[in-house]
Design a protein around this ligand. Structure first.
Ligand code: NAD
Ligand code: AKB
Length: 316
């Protein structure tokens, strides 16, 4: 991996991934792209930044050729809650954009990364210690596109020899860029509200466990998987990974260790609750540990300390 084009670079993951890639591989070797151009966004100030609608396959191909990239990291997609509001658009973007990205990788012989999600599982999947290879019958449009995407990436590897790789991310928590309309967003919102208001109303019900991860661990996982020797990988495109699993009361209790007056109540959103109920409680990620040495460094309390410190610096 030497020269990398990133799609959806202004999103929650992309905005931090681009910075990490610039540090690790040199800013001149990174090509951040997004549908949007945001004048004051530092990613848009990167000299290689280009607007790119991933539905435009010709422009995608010509940008990859112009910058002579050897890797595509494809992040542009609609997340679970928004996809449930706009299922037709979600299918069209999540699958159409992915096909275009894979075609660029196939035609130019590029290495390829795209994330799947815990959303690729459904209510019939084993909920605890969810295995790497198991039943995947998701009941959301997001999940349908994610499991289809996993299969399509496998297909491009077996059929065309494209070096496709990916992980199933859990809910990602970060303080830099707000999340783009997912079900796990509550676990980000709660920190902002804790710092700004001292209280939070959770749209996810008590007792709902989901896998989560702090952004620095997620970014390192992407780089580690992409740099792993190919012969070590028996899986490729959908490694289960996770750092922690908690329910709303547990994250609230962690916040109270540092902000003792923090209070939380509930106003459950039935749409996002139904999505959360269809997802696993806790993944088994031993395949990622064995095949490419995945490890996470942040647990719930360590993440809480860092989130509260960074957000307090910004808002207080
Ligand atoms: P996000 O919603 O924060 O960002 C998506 C970006 O894609 C936005 O900047 C948006 O402008 C851009 N975009 C939308 N339509 C586009 C188009 N037609 N062409 C080009 N760009 C377009 O998403 P994210 O959280 O950064 O997620 C990135 C990927 O990671 C997605 O595939 C998502 O499913 C996956 N993922 C994210 C999480 C998470 O918790 N953030 C968890 C699991 C998987
Ligand atoms: C979402 O909630 O949609 C994402 C995800 C887990 O894929 N954060």
């Amino acid at each position: 991996m030497e020269r990398i084009l990133v799609t959806g670079a202004l999103g929650q993951i992309g905005s931090e991934l681009v910075n990490k890639l610039c540090q690790d591989y040199g800013p001149e070797n990174i090509v951040p792209t997004d549908l949007r151009y945001l004048e004051n966004n530092p990613i848009c100030q990167h000299p290689n930044f280009r607007t790119l609608d991933v539905m435009d396959g010709d422009k995608f191909l010509s940008l990859a050729q112009e910058f002579q990239v050897d890797t595509v990291m494809h992040l542009a997609a609609l997340l679970s809650a928004v996809a449930e509001e706009k299922p037709q658009i979600a299918w069209s973007l999540n699958m159409g954009g992915l096909v275009n990205a894979l075609e660029v990788a196939r035609q130019l012989n590029l290495q390829f990364f795209t994330p799947s999600s815990i959303g690729s599982f459904g209510p019939s999947t084993p909920k605890d210690d969810t295995p790497q290879d198991t039943l995947q019958r998701p009941t959301t449009m997001y999940g349908v596109t994610k499991v289809s995407g996993e299969l399509l990436c496998d297909y491009y590897h077996h059929r065309f020899g494209v070096d496709t790789r990916g992980v199933r991310f859990p809910g990602l928590i970060s303080y830099v860029t707000p999340p783009g309309g997912g079900t796990t967003d509550y676990a980000v919102d709660i920190y902002y509200k804790a710092v700004i208001d001292g209280s939070y109303t959770s749209f996810i019900a008590p007792g709902t466990k989901m896998d989560m991860m702090y952004m620095p661990d997620a970014l390192q996982a992407i780089v580690d998987l992409m740099e792993a020797p190919e012969h070590q990988l028996s899986h490729r495109n959908a490694f289960n990974i996770s750092a922690m699993s908690f329910e709303p009361e547990e994250i609230a209790a962690s916040i109270r260790k540092y902000l003792p007056n923090f209070v939380m109540d509930y106003d459950v959103d039935p749409v996002r609750q139904a999505i959360a109920d269809s997802w696993p409680n806790r993944l088994d990620y031993s395949a990622a540990e064995t095949e490419w040495g995945f490890e996470a460094h942040y647990d719930l309390d360590k993440m809480t300390q860092d989130m509260l410190a960074k957000l307090s610096q910004r808002f207080n």
